[in-house]
Design a protein around this ligand. Structure first.
Ligand SMILES: [Zn+2]
Length: 161
């Protein structure tokens, strides 16, 4: 009996996490988000306040329009409440937005090389990096990217080499 339930739930989980393999399947999955996008903004945000930060991160990556909505000022309350839904979580640092803080805490990729399943967060650097000896190279990449980003912000017309 228990194995029947177990196999049934495994089948459902497997189906829901499969990546779309064809263009048609991708369009069908994108079409399932239409209702979400067309939902009134205040209701969409209210739904977001009941989610957890990893859920909001996943939702923000589901489509360009949803990302745009979740990164807009009215959605800040959804991110704040989602972070509050996590018990014992320290408050968001002043130098990070709530989505940045959620990404730092719950995304698992190295910020330097993109390697998956990196557990260690270096909060002083506001980064998740590979362990040594690769960590040094990842930190160099992150620093180079941050420096380039700052140059582009302060000198938008410059063309870095
Ligand atoms: Zn790395």
């Amino acid at each position: 009996m228990a194995s029947n339930n177990e196999s049934g739930s495994t089948q459902i989980a497997h189906t829901s996490t499969q990546n779309p393999s064809t263009k048609g399947e991708l369009c069908r999955k994108a079409g399932q988000l239409v209702g979400l996008i067309e939902m009134p903004v205040d209701i969409f945000i209210e739904v977001g306040t009941h989610l957890l930060p990893p859920d909001l991160l996943s939702l923000a990556r589901a489509s360009r329009n949803i990302r745009k909505l979740l990164m807009s000022r009215p959605s800040a309350v959804a991110w704040r409440r989602a972070l509050e839904n996590m018990p014992c979580l320290p408050g968001c640092p002043d130098d990070l937005s709530e989505p940045q803080y959620a990404s730092l805490l719950y995304d698992r990729n190295c910020h330097g090389c993109g390697a998956p399943w990196i557990e260690k967060v270096i909060f002083v650097l506001r980064a998740r990096l590979c362990d040594p000896p690769f960590g040094k190279k990842c930190l160099d990449r992150l620093c180079a990217r941050e420096t380039l980003h700052r140059i582009r912000l302060t000198h938008p017309r410059s063309h870095p080499v």
